[in-house]
Ligand binder design. Structure first.
Ligand SMILES: [Zn+2]
Length: 117
């Protein structure tokens, strides 16, 4: 009730609704639509297959042959010029992918460190 009252007063005073200020800005994660499109492209699939083939379809850490993923040593998001470079790829199982230094939320800090060095 207090919030509604405050909102009404705010709107009256400034001429635009309170929610426009309090509503949080959308947060975009790294995997935005364009990046998702790239990951579904034939070029990306060719890169992934080339990396897996070179590593004999085995995780380079544990030799697992299931749930294989192609890891970008230099992150997909921050090093676009290396996205399709097979030398920048490493075959890893899903588990070992999560342990790589730039996986998921670790990406930004990892890349910043490289860019600043
Ligand atoms: Zn593994």
């Amino acid at each position: 009730m207090e919030a509604i009252l405050f909102s009404t007063i705010f709107t009256a005073a400034l001429g635009y609704p309170y929610y426009r200020i309090t509503r949080p800005k959308p947060v975009y994660i790294d995997d935005e639509p364009t990046s998702r499109e790239i990951r579904q492209s034939p070029e990306y699939r060719a890169w992934r297959n080339a990396v897996l083939r070179r590593d004999n379809f085995q995780c380079v850490y544990c030799k697992a042959t299931d749930n294989l993923e192609a890891h970008h040593i230099y992150s997909f998001a921050s090093f676009p010029h290396l996205r399709f470079d097979t030398m920048n790829g490493l075959t890893v199982c899903r588990y070992h992918h999560t342990l790589t230094p730039n996986y998921g939320s670790k990406e930004k800090a990892f890349s910043q460190q490289i860019i600043n060095s």
